[in-house]
Write a protein that binds this ligand. Structure first.
Ligand SMILES: [Zn+2]
Length: 287
């Protein structure tokens, strides 16, 4: 997994947010950080960049070449560990498809010993080719998570856990509730288009109550010529693009999640008309 400095340019808002927290006098960032979105590699690189900022003992600049920064760029730092079904398994651990209880216990034991570093654990999954994949209820199950819940809640000082997932709803809720969540929008061009919905969505964040039906009608009309799921995906892409240009704000994050919920409802065979109506209400009246 090549580490890329360009993550700072790709996600200026997120890097700045964490940089400000880390540079504040009390290193004020959450112990448990959950990233979600479709680009898992970007999430991983972002976690590494944050690990680098946490461990830098040099100039505290992006170009710093101190030993800690170098180790992390090579993804070879002794205290910055990837935890997956294939990474950092104890020798006697025979599990192959999950982050196991044995792994969880090893982390707990390792944390009993003090460290000169800021310890970072990046929980994720990997495919057969070693590409970063997201956590879900199959590769990160309740027993392993439960073994670590107390640790997630009150970790030793200078310890940060990252959880990488496509979708928050894929993750065990007890972990989600203990983590601070950040949406990491995919910057890959191919799945970001929103041409179909651009006109219907234009200016929607400033719509008032009386704009709900109009938005509903415009979006529903689009399902005449397009798959409803395509329309909803593009609605979500449109909101994702707003997030990229405006930065994180609660309204846009709410709306992004509302679009995700709508997609799920559609996949559960809910009537498209109802799904779009609910979504129009969520986008205009809530969030
Ligand atoms: Zn450094």
């Amino acid at each position: 997994m090549p580490y890329s400095n360009s993550i700072r340019e790709t996600y200026p808002f997120l890097t700045k947010y964490f940089e400000n927290g880390i540079n504040s006098s009390d290193k004020n960032i959450a112990h448990c950080i959950l990233f979600y979105g479709s680009d898992l590699e970007a999430q991983y690189n972002l976690a590494l960049e944050i690990a680098r900022m946490l461990n830098c003992k040099g100039t505290h600049t992006p170009e710093c070449d101190c030993l800690n920064c170098r180790w992390i760029r090579e993804n070879n730092h002794p205290a910055v560990l990837t935890v997956s079904k294939v990474d950092n398994k104890p020798a006697d651990d025979t599990s192959k498809t999950v982050i196991s209880i044995t792994q969880a216990r090893k982390i707990k034991n390792d944390l009993l010993v003090t460290s000169e570093y800021h310890r970072v654990y990046i929980f994720c999954d990997k495919d057969a080719d070693g590409n970063i994949q997201g956590l879900n209820g199959i590769n990160f199950q309740e027993d392993a998570a439960n073994a670590l819940l107390k640790t997630f809640e009150e970790p030793p000082s200078a310890t940060t856990f990252f959880f990488l997932t496509k979708d928050k709803t894929d993750m065990i809720t007890t972990v989600v509730s203990r983590a601070q969540s950040f949406f990491v929008p995919s910057m890959k061009a191919e799945d970001n288009s929103f041409e179909i919905v651009r006109e219907a969505m234009e200016g929607y964040p400033s719509l008032e109550r009386d704009g709900v039906l109009d938005l509903n009608d415009k979006l529903y009309a689009l399902t005449g010529e397009n798959e409803p799921l395509t329309v909803l995906t593009q609605v979500q892409n449109y909101i994702g693009a707003l997030i990229k240009s405006n930065g994180l704000n609660t309204k846009l994050l709410h709306d992004f999640n509302a679009a995700e919920t709508a997609k799920k409802q559609l996949q559960l065979n809910m009537n498209a008309q109802n799904v779009i109506e609910n979504l129009a209400f969520e986008l205009v009246l809530n969030g």
